[in-house]
Design a protein around this ligand. Structure first.
Ligand SMILES: NC(=O)c1ccc[n+]([C@@H]2O[C@H](COP(=O)([O-])OP(=O)(O)OC[C@H]3O[C@@H](n4cnc5c(N)ncnc54)[C@H](OP(=O)(O)O)[C@@H]3O)[C@@H](O)[C@H]2O)c1
Length: 280
């Protein structure tokens, strides 16, 4: 895979940026972010790491039209995508709605990468052998999917509950897509990168920040280490045939029972299709 093309979302910071830098030598990289300035800095960084080519695309994952435009831009380029790394993610201390009227954690962490991946599926199939890697989280074990109130409109929102729900959706989608694409030369895996000292923790409620600062300093792994776990899933030849798996700390582990429930997966796919469908 020496001239592989790798598209990475959330490539402007943290795990995604480190993953991009590690994949860079000899690779064509498509870096996706929401800030032109941060994308330019990320592009400089991966060029310095020996990328054969770098292309940047902006998209705000809190806006489905922006994700549609991103997918269209990727398809317009017409180049194959050997690896799609769905890594962009965020947390929201208080319940927030996107311009589409969806709870922001679910929208940014699940609906946006869902729409992107579904739209790019024909390109991924044409690019086979190809891989999709989804940055999930061990937080998914605490997640539930209340289909009657996916968006916390009836209350009960908390940053951790919403995050866990979105990351559960990531694991479910990875498994479901892997099953759909079995035998087609496109693998799909989800990964918990570890507890990584990145900016995502800055989104935690103010009261939790002093404790988090300590945990970050003494307990979390570095963005380089977290990025390496992502990079391994994206490039390790030993994983060329591995699909439908959930990885933690570099090993395959069983995801939660709800993540393995086929009925739940079918329902999530149906509901996600409805939620990302254009309204105009
Ligand atoms: N850190 C951990 O311990 C940990 C553990 C498990 C899973 N994860 C997952 O790892 C992934 C990367 O997180 P990180 O820890 O590296 O955090 P990070 O440093 O905050 O990076 C998050 C990335 O996502 C991008 N992003 C956020 N909101 C976006 C939006 N609305 N539209 C487009 N891009 C957006 C950010 O762009 P900007 O640069 O513009 O902010 C950034 O590039 C996430 O999916 C997260 O859930 C992290």
């Amino acid at each position: 895979m020496s001239t592989r093309t790798v598209l990475i979302t959330g490539a402007t910071a943290g795990i995604g940026l480190e993953c991009a830098a590690q994949i860079a030598p000899g690779a064509h990289l498509v870096l996706v972010g929401r800030s032109e300035a941060k994308l330019a800095a990320a592009a400089d960084r991966v060029r310095a790491h020996g990328a054969a080519g770098v292309h940047t695309l902006t998209a705000d994952f809190a806006e489905l039209d922006s994700v549609r435009a991103l997918a269209a831009a990727v398809l317009d380029r017409g180049d194959p995508i050997d690896v799609l790394v769905n890594n962009a993610g965020a947390v929201f201390a208080a319940r927030t709605e996107t311009v589409d009227g969806y709870e922001a954690t679910f929208a940014v962490n699940h609906l946006a990468p869902y729409l992107l991946t579904e739209t790019l599926e024909p390109l991924l199939l044409a690019s086979a052998p190809a891989r999709v890697v989804i940055t999930a989280s061990t937080g998914h074990y605490r997640g539930d999917l209340d289909f009657d109130d996916l968006q916390y409109q009836r209350g009960g929102y908390s940053i951790m509950k919403a995050y866990a729900r979105s990351k559960l959706a990531n694991v479910i989608y990875a498994r479901s897509l892997a099953e759909e694409l079995a035998g087609a030369g496109v693998t799909v895996n989800a990964v918990h990168p570890g507890m990584v000292a990145t900016d995502i923790w800055d989104g935690a409620p103010r009261l939790a920040r002093p404790l988090l600062a300590l945990v970050k300093r003494f307990r979390m792994i570095s963005p380089e280490e977290g990025g390496h776990r992502l990079c391994t899933l994206a490039t390790d030849p030993a994983l060329a045939e591995t699909t439908g798996r959930y990885f933690e700390d570099g090993a395959v582990v069983e995801p939660s029972a709800v993540a393995r429930d086929l009925q739940v997966a079918r329902r999530l796919r149906r509901v996600s299709d409805e939620l990302v469908a254009p309204r105009h």
